[in-house]
Write a protein of this length. Structure first.
Lengths: 340, 252
């Protein structure tokens, strides 16, 4: 009797325990990602309850897919910068600087393709300058990029004299269709680009030596150097990528509205930064995920439209913005302390 | 006589502080050299010159197997087969165990694409065979910050071992370790000798250095103050000499 009951008790036990172990291991490893998805679903449900008619029809999602990429395209590479323990605050001005070069080349050659290439090169140059100031002169990136933010905005205003440039000639061209056209007449092309950029950034961060060195440089710069990681090159590269991405996003925004405003970029600073932090990337560097940033940027994008659609006035936007960001980031910090 | 590593007339100045002055230092084939000295004697600086992290002041020379090395860089040192277990352990706390083991020389193809599975597998193998991790709670994906001082030292030592070094430098490997963990670290130094490799064992605790070293070099205030073959000096004599050096800066 005794032995039988013992065996019965013993044999079925390990499997649920092991399964629980595997589940908890999975939960630990992906706690941040699971958390951010839950926050996203929760917010979506709130909007759905608040305004079912709007949120059960396609147009609101088409609107998200058209406007969220404007800053998601920058939040993804900015994640890399922040994982290395640096920050870039100059990207809104680099958007405008890139488009200024675009406008200059467009006016002199009439080619949108050439203008686009010149714009990306301008973004690359601006990014490399950020990198050089941080890496070679040794100024903290927070200070350095506040400086370049003003500088590039100043360059834009001096060159343009504050005047914008119409881009209606781009309609029907390959660049316009390719960047901001509607795939199958429904899905904005910039949404596809955002997914592609996310996939590429994910690959390099998680499956490439470059990404491994990004994490190591941000986690412990001294260890990384001792073990032969070229930290300077890693940081130069992430700033360069950020510059190109800002210029690219500038083109996407301008082509969508078919006009280049010299104030381009203002207003994207906070939504881009908060996407990265809401996505679980640590401001201290060393940790962060592409998936978190991608989901978080859609949460940030949804809040704005969602609040109005749910019947609240626009005055509520910032209040709820702030609440969600502070609450989620606090939650993440508590979670990561518990789970380690 | 040819040495594995020979350093001739090496000096290093940081700003106004001269941390090493005309140091001559060598390591023979299959020799364990104990490097003793107080804090600030220049032990870590010497190590970081050997590993290419610091450049020595002009005028000195480094020979590896009798051949001069023009510029020692971290990459060059590794290529030659010099591995270090740093005092700071040189780990990245928030990263997984496998990322720490392969830090700075990830297994990847020519395009730089990582072989994540192989690194995980190798880490799991090393954990069982060398690190003595028996707890199921630690996997190749565990982050290093969850580990104890001894476990972290194990990671740093196994990392050096994995990459087939000819000269392994241990910079205060017993710092912050419990008694049994210290025992393990010292066993590891004996293991290096038995495997026919060379080692530099740096510590300020003579009781750890004496039993495992073939030769002991005393560094004080940036200069080599003396060297002793272990079979020519007793532990008591050595202690007396070290105390004298610490007080007067001279050996006799």
């Amino acid at each position: 009797m005794n032995t039988v009951s013992e065996i019965e008790k013993r044999s079925p036990e390990p499997s649920p325990e092991m399964a629980r172990g595997r589940v908890s291991q999975f939960a630990r490893r992906y706690a941040m990602q699971i958390g951010i998805v839950l926050v996203g679903v929760l917010i979506w449900l709130l909007f759905l309850i608040g305004s079912p008619k709007t949120f059960l029809s396609f147009p609101i999602y088409a609107a998200y897919m058209s406007t969220t990429p404007f800053f998601a395209l920058m939040a993804l590479p900015l994640t890399l910068v922040i994982i290395t323990g640096e920050i870039d605050l100059s990207f809104p001005s680099i958007m405008a600087f890139g488009m200024t070069i675009y406008a200059l080349v467009l006016v002199s050659t009439g080619s949108h393709i050439l203008a686009f290439i010149a714009c990306l090169i301008a973004g690359l140059a601006a990014g490399l300058i950020n990198g050089a100031i941080v890496v070679h002169i040794g100024i903290p990136s927070l200070v350095a990029t506040i400086g370049t933010q003003f500088f590039w905005r100043g360059v834009v205003l001096v060159i343009t004299g504050g005047n914008g440039t119409g881009l209606t000639s781009a309609i029907g061209g390959i660049l316009h269709t390719g960047l901001v056209g509607r795939v199958f007449g429904l899905i904005p092309a910039q949404m596809i680009w955002t997914i592609v950029v996310a996939a590429v950034v994910w690959f390099f961060l998680n499956r490439h030596r470059f990404g491994a060195h990004i994490y190591l440089s941000g986690d412990n710069v001294e260890s990384a150097r001792l073990m032969g990681v070229n930290v300077s090159r890693v940081k130069m590269l992430v700033f360069a990528i950020m510059g190109v991405a800002a210029a690219f996003a500038g083109v996407v925004v301008s082509l969508e509205v078919l006009y280049f405003w010299p104030t381009l970029g203002e207003g994207y600073m906070l939504s881009t930064l908060s996407s990265v932090f809401l996505g679980g990337t640590s401001v201290f560097g060393g940790t962060g995920t592409v998936f978190g940033t991608l989901v978080a940027s859609f949460i940030i994008g949804a809040i704005n439209a969602g609040i109005v659609a749910a019947g609240l006035t626009g005055f509520w936007t910032q209040l709820i913005y702030g609440l969600i960001i502070v609450m989620s980031v606090s939650l993440q910090t508590i979670l990561s302390r518990r789970l380690r | 006589m040819e040495y594995l590593l020979q350093m001739i007339n090496i000096s290093k100045t940081f700003g106004e502080v001269q941390s090493l002055r005309n140091v001559n230092f060598e390591v023979g084939y299959n020799e364990v050299v104990g490097l003793l000295g107080d804090n600030g004697a220049g032990k870590s600086t010497l190590v970081k010159i050997i590993t290419g992290y610091h450049r020595p002041d002009p005028g000195g020379q480094i020979l590896w197997k009798g051949q001069p090395v023009d510029v020692m860089t971290v990459a060059k040192a590794r290529e030659l087969g010099i591995e270090v277990v740093y005092q700071e352990r040189a780990l990245a706390d928030q990263q997984s165990l496998w990322r720490n083991i392969f830090m700075g020389r990830e297994l990847c193809n020519r395009l730089g694409v990582l072989d994540v599975e192989k690194m995980r597998r190798e880490t799991a193998r090393l954990m069982q065979s060398h690190m003595g991790f028996t707890s199921k709670a630690i996997t190749p994906d565990s982050t290093v910050k969850t580990m104890s001082g001894g476990e972290r030292q194990g990671v740093a030592i196994v990392r050096a071992l994995y990459f087939q070094a000819e000269l392994i430098i241990l910079d205060e490997p017993t710092m912050g370790l419990s008694l049994s963990e210290t025992r393990k670290a010292l066993d590891f130094v004996n293991g290096i000798k038995e495997a026919g490799k060379s080692a530099i064992f740096i510590d300020h605790n003579i009781f750890h250095v004496y039993p495992v070293a073939d030769r002991i070099v005393v560094l004080d205030r940036g200069q080599v103050k003396g060297q002793f073959l272990k079979d020519q000096i007793t532990l008591d004599d050595l202690i007396a000499k070290l105390q004298h050096v610490a007080q007067t800066g001279r050996l006799d």
